[in-house]
Design a protein. Structure first.
Length: 630
């Protein structure tokens, strides 16, 4: 028997608001922010959200065992045993792997870190792809991501039990964050990983990271938004602002408009690339390679991970403190004994002599366990990344839809970097730059709010055209059909199934969906199979050249001699969702996207799973409510 589900999730109830509209109040919400460098979770109970939406609980107990004793997030690191089973995650995995290497037992384990970027860089994501650990040993990617999410889920449920929150774990609405710039295949891979981790598919929502952060800042009081002084309008109807989400791996940038009904509207398609905080770490590593040589750095990374961890944990702390005005030396605590030993063993010189003969001999010195680096050298590590971010922002602001943006919202952990804040202010002097107090937690806490209010973003700019084979289905809302593009494939007619609001040549707005009707004869206990050919059109002017993907969608048992079915497909959510109406029963299916097999070049297959049914007293009114919500 299928569980009850409406448009917004499995366990939603509604409360009345003005003009007979309804906002859903969902069950208790838990969000997981799965990041490139750090991950974490937060939760909020329904009764708390009603009275104080910002009463969001984040875990305080991640213990690094180092200088920063407690942390709100933990490193995205996974340790598996020789049977490829979960051993540990986060700080525990980092520290334990360092001990394992000291005991020379690393061949019996698999260690992964910063592996999320594989989904950003890989253009052919499938369920069968594999990842290599730090020593080159392979494990299925779905296992690595699934076990990592499972570790976070287990840690959370243990905390809930210890705190006695009374939260019913079977009634939790789960939210998982993903970058907006990712492909649909990458986002769907994360959904599959979460389901593999034990999260019920019909209790899971995908939140786009810049959207989650934007929602969080809409709830924050002005006093907690740095830069929100005179002229601050971001929360007022009609306000347009750019969201710049700077995380560990990527920069994810979009533009939002605050609507009169309190919701948000995306004005520009999300854009970005891999210019997050790890790109600076990469240049720091390359600087060390120039000083000590590649073989020595590889030796430390592979055989002395404790020293390697200490060095980069220190750099993570130091790089947040560098200011544009700083012109003195930057002190970095280093594992001196380890580095000196490796220098003698591999290079035949002590650490001081190696530094003295390096390209940085006049800019870097060692005093005890401190490496003293010229401020200009440290700033130079940031420059390519900052230039890339500024270039992306300027490119988006040239978009017609973003021409009157007056406010720039910086969120994400990397946005706390003072050098970045200064560069944005210098390059966009006519714009107001706003930074929330908890910039590093804005995505995580915003994802919790999204779980309570998944309709907060009313419409999004589509990245692709969604199309299908009409077959024996009849388009009801013909005005919508006239506005959509029609393409042909062989002898079949394919048509876009959403209405486009053309903002410019690049940005198409998916807001209004149109319905299809199919009349069918049936008998008692007849199980209909509703067959659609869905596909994505990647090239605007070459849609006729693509091959379609096909999806067979099984419905619930029907007990009628005659019935009428209606199908709705919506791209207004972060994920597509197909709704089929049979009499007073609505079947809701998340539409998933995966790379298509075969020779399809410009197409991905859209398929469906996770069927649920709900009785609707008045199907027509319900269908209109669904249309209104997008």
């Amino acid at each position: 028997m299928y569980s009850a589900q409406d448009t917004f999730g499995r366990h939603c109830k509604s409360v009345r608001r003005k003009k007979n509209k309804e906002w859903p109040f969902c069950a208790d919400v838990t969000a997981i922010d799965f990041g490139t460098t750090y991950s974490g979770y937060a939760f909020s109970m329904r009764h708390e959200f009603k009275t104080d939406p910002l009463k969001i609980h984040a875990n305080q107990a991640w213990n690094s065992g180092g200088r920063a004793l407690l942390s709100l997030k933990t490193p995205t690191c996974l340790l598996l045993n020789d049977k490829k089973e979960l051993d540990s995650f986060g700080y525990e995995a980092e520290n334990k792997y360092a001990d394992i290497v000291m005991d020379d037992e690393q061949d019996n384990y698999y260690y992964f870190h910063r592996f999320k970027m594989n989904l950003h860089n890989n253009k052919k994501i499938t369920s069968h792809m594999v990842l290599e650990d730090i020593r080159g040993k392979s494990v299925p990617a779905i296992e690595v991501f699934g076990l990592s999410i499972k570790a976070l889920v287990t840690h959370l449920t243990d905390i809930l039990d210890k705190q006695g929150t009374g939260m019913d774990k079977s009634e939790i609405q789960w939210v998982l964050t993903v970058p907006a710039i990712w492909t649909d295949a990458a986002k769907q891979f994360m959904r599959k990983s979460a389901v593999k981790a034990g999260i019920p598919e019909d209790s899971l929502k995908i939140a786009l990271e810049p959207e989650a952060a934007s929602i969080f800042c809409q709830y924050l009081p002005t006093k907690k938004l740095h830069g929100a002084d005179e002229g601050f309008t971001m929360t007022e109807p009609g306000a347009k602002y750019m969201v710049v989400d700077l995380g560990g791996g990527t920069a994810d940038i979009t533009v939002h408009e605050k609507l009169s009904n309190g919701q948000l509207k995306e004005l520009c398609r999300a854009a970005g690339n891999d210019c997050g905080g790890t790109s600076v770490d990469g240049r720091f590593f390359q600087m060390l390679v120039k000083i000590f040589g590649g073989p020595l750095m590889k030796k430390i990374k592979d055989d002395d991970p404790s020293a390697y961890l200490d060095l980069f944990r220190e750099f993570e702390t130091v790089k947040r403190t560098i200011t544009p005005e700083k012109d003195s030396k930057v002190n970095i605590t280093i594992p001196y004994a380890s580095l000196d030993t490796h220098c003698n063993n591999i290079l035949g010189e002590n650490l001081a002599d190696v530094l003295g003969s390096s390209p940085y001999s006049k800019q870097i010195a060692v005093r005890g366990d401190k490496m003293r680096v010229d401020a200009d050298v440290m700033k130079a590590l940031f420059k390519p990344t900052i230039d890339n971010i500024i270039s992306l922002m300027k490119e988006i602001l040239q978009n017609k839809a973003a021409s009157d943006v007056s406010q720039l919202l910086l969120v994400g952990g990397f946005s706390e970097c003072i050098l970045i804040q200064d560069a944005v202010k210098r390059n966009f002097k006519s714009k107001k730059v706003i930074i929330p107090e908890e910039a590093g937690l804005s995505v995580l806490k915003g994802a919790v709010l999204f779980g309570h209010r998944p309709e907060y973003v009313r419409s999004r700019v589509m990245r692709f055209s969604y199309a299908f084979n009409l077959g024996s289905w009849i388009a009801e809302n013909r005005p919508h059909l006239k506005r959509s593009r029609v393409v042909r494939y062989n002898n079949g007619l394919y048509s876009c199934i959403v209405k486009y609001e053309f903002l410019d040549n690049e940005n198409k707005h998916a807001q209004v969906l149109f319905s299809l009707t199919k009349r069918t004869s049936g008998v008692s206990n007849f199980k209909p199979v509703l067959s659609f050919r869905f596909f994505l059109v990647y090239k605007r002017n070459r849609a006729e050249d693509v091959e379609p993907g096909c999806s067979n969608i099984p419905g619930d048992n029907c007990h009628a001699s005659y019935f009428e079915e209606k199908a709705y497909f919506s791209c207004g959510l972060a994920e597509g969702r197909l709704q089929i109406y049979h009499k007073d029963i609505k079947i809701t299916l998340p539409a998933h996207v995966e790379a298509m097999k075969g020779n399809g070049i410009n197409v991905s297959e859209v398929w469906s799973s996770g069927i649920s049914c709900k009785k609707e007293k008045k199907a027509k009114k319900c269908s209109q409510r669904v249309a209104d919500d997008f």
